[in-house]
Design a protein around this ligand. Structure first.
Ligand code: PHE
Ligand code: FE
Length: 275
């Protein structure tokens, strides 16, 4: 497919079928029933600000009107995975790239490649939050820099363990905020309620060093105190010296605990993850 230089394509909302919209509605109903009390309140506020509860796959143009008013962010459609520098450059301009296709019926619970439900339901509500929007932009700028420093694989772990699979400790207990969790029925429960995974207080260098699995639930979740704290820590730290350190240190296995970790709950290996 030929794309424009920035890889964006029209969403072509008119070409979704009735079945496509029904898939969105089914997934939306399922997650919105499950999330209250489990997701960070800012996520639910985002659904509200963006009026995402209206039936059918959202029109990006409608979302963007509200999203832009809230934080200056935009969501743009792309044909699939885009090169890292393209992804980062969009983020640095407060644009989030999203797949336009939706999974087929029968794939409600497992997906190889992110679709519009993961990308839009999972990621976009928090873009309506000013602090989280700033974090995403800063991450994009940091991504462009990490590519120059040859440290992309390390920075990618920060995205994985925050934007995709992050937990947060709120005043009323542990909540999910990562899009990979929020858009998955099974991992929503697993991340919070299963005795199987480790839950460890977020530590920037530790995160950059920790490998991750893409084929199963996480064996370790990292828990931030607040979006403000995450933004402050990442924005005020020069990652250059951290990347140099990470290159000299051994990588940490996805299920490993270190003596220096603040362990909130230790994974119980007699309850293996398993999808
Ligand atoms: N401060 C980081 C750097 O020096 C950039 C960054 C900000 C990276 C936020 C990730 C998240 O590269
Ligand atoms: Fe994602």
């Amino acid at each position: 497919m030929s794309a424009s230089p920035d890889w964006t394509i029209p969403q072509a909302w008119e070409s979704y079928s009735g079945e496509d919209h029904a898939t969105w509605d089914r997934l939306f109903a399922r997650q919105s029933a499950l999330l209250p009390g489990r997701v960070v309140p800012e996520f639910l506020a985002g659904l509200d600000i963006l009026r995402m509860d209206r039936p059918g796959i959202p029109r990006f143009d409608d979302l963007n009107e509200r999203l832009h008013r809230a934080t200056g962010c935009q969501v743009v459609a792309v044909p699939g995975l885009v090169p890292d520098d393209v992804f980062f450059a969009h983020l640095a301009q407060r644009r989030f790239v999203a797949g336009r296709f939706i999974r087929s019926p029968g794939q409600d619970d497992y997906l190889e490649e992110p679709d519009v439900f993961h990308d839009v339901f999972g990621h976009v509500p928090l873009l309506a939050n000013p602090v989280f929007a700033d974090y995403m932009q800063a991450y994009g700028e940091g991504g462009l820099r990490s590519a120059h420093l040859g440290a992309l694989d390390h920075l990618a772990r920060l995205y994985w363990y925050t934007v995709e699979f992050g937990l947060i400790r709120g005043p009323r207990g542990l909540r999910i905020y990562g899009a990979g969790i929020v858009s998955s029925r099974a991992e929503t429960r697993f991340a919070l309620e299963s005795p199987s995974p480790n839950r460890v207080a977020f530590d920037l260098l530790r995160t950059l060093r920790t490998r991750y699995r893409i084929d199963d639930f996480q064996q370790t979740y990292f828990v931030i105190d607040s979006f403000e704290d995450l933004l402050r820590q990442t924005q005020q730290t020069d990652f250059g010296p951290l990347y140099a350190m990470v290159q000299d240190l051994p990588a940490i296995a996805p299920d490993a605990l270190l003596a220096a970790d603040t362990v909130l709950s230790r994974g119980d290996q007699s309850h293996p993850a398993g999808r």
